[in-house]
Design a protein around this ligand. Structure first.
Ligand code: UDP
Length: 330
């Protein structure tokens, strides 16, 4: 079985490439390296390219006979999407449609899509299941929901089957420390906290202490990157064995506040972690927790690394390795 992983040099994509290779798949990665790293692609063939390039896609699909495409290449910063929606609609929607059109033209019939909890907007209830109203509150969330809509229509019209996986908070790193999170700029809570613990950063801001939660800080559902990728693998296998299109929410179903994550990181690292209280970040709901019952039932998937301690420990191992390589470059 041969799979194209678009965005396979990024955080989630690179873990997926590794997992597919370990499961015996033939893998080709396509990445424009805008946000990814060539050295994060641990095997298979690598192609430098952009999904905006329809001619390249057409050529690629005529050269290889892919059984499926997994798409991880999108812009992910909510705040940036508000300031520069064109960038988000262009890449996350228009370019994704380009990719889908090239697939349809070449008869590739299975697609796995990185969607997001951002499609739900402000939660009306918690935990958030698949039936929750989908009312995005920023261009990033809209861009993801638009692709979900395109996929539903492409299935009906062209027989392209897809699984949309709506991530809550992806976190952690490969347990063997082969891969991890490397965003530039880093905006995510756990890597930022650990960069403070390792001394790469002075302090971490806590965005708001006046939320209607037990300690006043935002609650999120952190899901281990390996568990997230495992769900993709199940979804891929189902599609390739005749499964129908679906969409699932992926999280652990447990919420942790920003303060709880910081406390846990202090325990795991044994380091003081300096925090600075900061105003709320725009667009942050107080609580975002997934109901992943459907994914568990339909995909036969269960998180293996559900403990926050494990997620942080693996991310910490990666941070220590990153620190080592940064210091040796100095
Ligand atoms: N957060 C924070 N300080 C930071 C980064 C994030 O307090 O420097 C909070 C953020 O407001 C949210 C949670 O941590 O409540 C997780 O944010 P992240 O950016 O990691 O993921 P998101 O929930 O935006 O997908």
């Amino acid at each position: 079985m041969k799979v194209l992983v678009v965005g396979g040099a990024g955080y989630i994509g690179s873990h997926m490439v590794k997992m597919l290779l370990d499961a015996g798949y033939e893998v080709v990665t396509l990445d424009n390296l805008v946000a990814g790293y060539r050295d994060a692609v641990l095997g298979g063939e690598f192609i430098y390219g952009d999904i905006a390039d329809y001619v390249m896609l057409n050529h690629l699909f005529s050269l290889h006979h892919f059984d499926a495409v997994m798409h991880f290449a999108s812009h992910i910063q909510v705040g940036e999407s508000v300031r520069d929606p064109a960038k988000y609609y262009r890449n996350n929607v228009t370019n994704t449609q380009n990719l889908l059109d090239a697939m349809v033209a070449q008869g590739i019939r299975h697609f796995i899509f990185s969607s997001s909890a951002a499609i739900f907007g402000e939660p009306h209830y918690t935990p958030v299941d698949e039936a929750h109203p989908k009312i995005p509150i920023n261009p990033y969330g809209h861009s993801k929901l638009m692709v979900e809509q395109i996929l539903a229509d492409y299935d009906r019209a062209y027989g392209l089957t897809s699984v949309c996986l709506r991530y809550f908070n992806a976190a952690g790193a490969h347990p063997d420390c082969l891969l991890g999170e490397r965003h530039n700029p880093e905006t995510h809570l756990i890597p930022l906290i650990l960069q403070v613990a390792s001394g790469r950063r002075e302090a971490v801001s806590v965005f708001g202490r006046d939320y209607p939660t037990a300690d006043g800080t935002c609650i999120r559902d952190y899901i281990h990157i390996m568990d997230l990728c495992q769900a993709h693998l199940h979804a891929l296998e189902q599609l390739m064995h005749g499964g129908t299109s679906a969409a699932y929410n992926l999280g652990n179903g447990d919420g942790f506040s920003v303060q709880q994550v910081i406390n846990e990181a202090r325990k795991v690292t044994g380091r003081k972690i300096k925090i600075i209280d900061a105003p709320r970040r725009e667009g942050d709901p107080a609580e975002l927790v997934a109901d992943s019952t459907l994914a568990q039932k339909k995909l036969g998937w269960l998180p293996c690394y559900a403990e926050l301690e494990t997620i942080i420990r693996h991310a910490w191992q990666w941070e220590c390795k990153q620190l080592g390589s940064h210091q040796s470059q100095d």
